[in-house]
Design a protein around this ligand. Structure first.
Ligand code: SF4
Length: 212
């Protein structure tokens, strides 16, 4: 608190406004699917377009930081066309007119790259017609770990398949099925996907109740 003002709350509001402007800018028709949508949970991507919940503060800050990195290096976006569908990709950087670079800001550096990030980077390689890409994970201490990727047709087919499914479901206004993964635990749509009723228990269901 600063005087009578809750500055933390005000900063959060400013972040939220900036995030909402950024999201509105990416309002797309169902014929245009961003690689970031097709590479993550389809259901999450659907909710984000059709019935979004406000972002949590971690998501807001991470999205804005990534957006600023892209703006810093020219916000390079391209698309890969398949029939009437366009898969859009935004590269964080293209080095030496040859290598597509993607940054991921993480709390803990991974030992292997996340499949979602590989699918995304691979889509960038096809959209920008490049052969090699570099995925860089960085944490807030500035430590990094890098992985390289050569473009791969099988992975392209997978993201096309996922983009087509999302496009069809958006047009038909049908919610995709849940895709259970560790991401669900920190997902803002958790309660929509997993209806739950929390009950305190004295382990009675195991026959270990008071009178058991
Ligand atoms: S909770 Fe899981 S299945 Fe549901 S939208 Fe989020 S990531 Fe997808």
């Amino acid at each position: 608190m600063l005087g009578s003002k809750d500055v933390k709350k005000m900063i959060h509001k400013e972040f939220e406004n900036a995030y909402n402007i950024q999201i509105k800018e990416s309002n797309l028709s169902p014929e245009k699917i961003h690689a970031s949508e097709a590479s993550r949970c389809t259901r999450l991507a659907y909710y984000e377009r059709k019935n979004p919940l406000p972002p949590d503060s971690n998501t807001t800050i991470s999205v804005l930081m990534k957006d600023n990195i892209r703006r810093l290096f020219g916000n390079i976006t391209s698309e890969y066309k398949v029939d009437t569908l366009s898969i859009l990709s935004s590269a964080d950087m293209i080095v030496d007119k040859e290598y597509v670079v993607k940054f991921e800001i993480v709390s803990k550096l991974p030992t292997t790259p996340h499949p979602r990030d590989l699918l995304y980077l691979n889509a960038c390689l096809f959209a920008f017609d490049k052969v090699d890409g570099i995925l860089i994970y960085t944490n807030i201490d500035g430590e990094t770990v890098e992985f390289s990727l050569t473009r791969n047709n099988r992975m392209l087919q997978e993201i096309i398949r996922r983009a087509k499914i999302l496009s069809t479901l958006l047009k038909e206004e049908r919610v995709p099925i849940v895709e259970p993964s560790e991401l669900c635990l920190s997902c803002k749509y958790y309660e929509r996907c997993y209806a739950q009723e929390r009950k305190n228990s004295s382990l009675g269901f195991l026959g270990l109740g008071k009178n058991g």
